[in-house]
Design a protein around this ligand. Sequence first.
Ligand code: FES
Ligand SMILES: [Fe+2]
Length: 447
Amino acid sequence: MGKIDIQPHAGRPIGVDLSKAPEPTLSNKPITPERYWDRDFWKREWETVWTRTWQVAAMVNQFTKPGDFVTLEFGSEVILAVMGEDREIRCFYNVCQHRGMMLVTQEVGNSRRLTCPYHAWSYNLAGEIKTIPDEPDFPASANCRSKNLVPIKTGIWGGFVWFNMDDDAEPLRDFLAPVADHLDAYPMDQMVRTHWVTIEGDFNWKLVQDNFNESYHVFHAHPQLKYVAEFSYLHSQFDLYPSGHARMLMAGGAPSRTLRGGEPEIIRQMGEHIRFWGLDPEDFRGRMHDLREALQQQKRKLGAEKGYDFSSYDDTMLTDNWHYTLFPNLSFSMKPDGNIWLRARPHPTDPEKCFFDMWYLNLFPEGQTSYYSPTMRDWVSMETPAPHQSGKAGDYTMGPTIDQDVALWSAQQKALHSRGYKREVLAGQESRVRYFHDNLERWMARG
Ligand code: FES
Ligand SMILES: [Fe+2]
């Protein structure tokens, strides 16, 4: 356990590298409240961070045939990802080169030609201009035949289509270091999105990332989690990587080591999962902390029979929670059977708003189309593509834990404006918040 096994298994490394990253030097600069609403700060973020970092446009499995497309609102841009005749997925700025009409106005669909709804200029799936009505009416100097869609740098990793608006951006894999190396141990690209929820929140995007960069709030904001996972900083590991990404390792499959009692609640929350793996929760009365190891053994023993390929998992991956926060705005909260995928997207016009996306990406046992997800605490199905549920906070559930997070941010956004608040005080276990803001300032200083 620990170091990645260099023997790839089923094309995957075995186990996640659990070694502790060297501690970087952190600043003690104020995390100024103004950065959560100041328009100049927000504009500089757009120029120096959003248009230069790798971002996710879509899931690869949304593209099955040429012409399949997905659009993503991202700040003032709409990104268009489309599968070409050669089955390559390419990203473009979703804007017609005639007079700036939005080319594709649906979120998902299929079309063999990309035809502008305004004057019907049309482009092929590689973004090349093909049809220009009344073409002889344009002056030769307009050089209409060169007016292809403007491409955006595109990459694929982990079952996601990534884009980067900076033509000179570092390769995706370098940007993701070491996260991609770690998470390759999971069959990321086999995960199916069973929840696709977006809320337009009245809070700045950084409140989302701040929140996912610390677990200090867990004992109070998510009191239910102590029954099923370790949340205490004393028993967790935090890693800050030179790339700006960070990680928290939390044991799972058993209650927190700090918990005394609570057996009825542990059984209420974990019973279905424990029974799925052939154990009787009643047998663990008086020794609930033994559940983690017992579940690991059962999963190892019964995994194949239940339809799981756990051959690239080390024992910790069978129960534990690896929470990765990627700079600037992503979280991958890895579970043995899935990933709670979280992202704050910049709003097109308002620094005090953002779009917050929650995807639950499920690893289904082979041959099964539905099963009980311990994370969502619900039955999930892969039979129909997840509909995009989009609304305001509270309109749709993101699962019990994330709903509790969302409920905090609007009030925090308002309170940050108070004359009675000057700057933060951070505990050691909130070092990822500090690191995030240090990195943000580093990116912004590049100009
Ligand atoms: S703006 Fe697209 S064809 Fe005119
Ligand atoms: Fe939380």
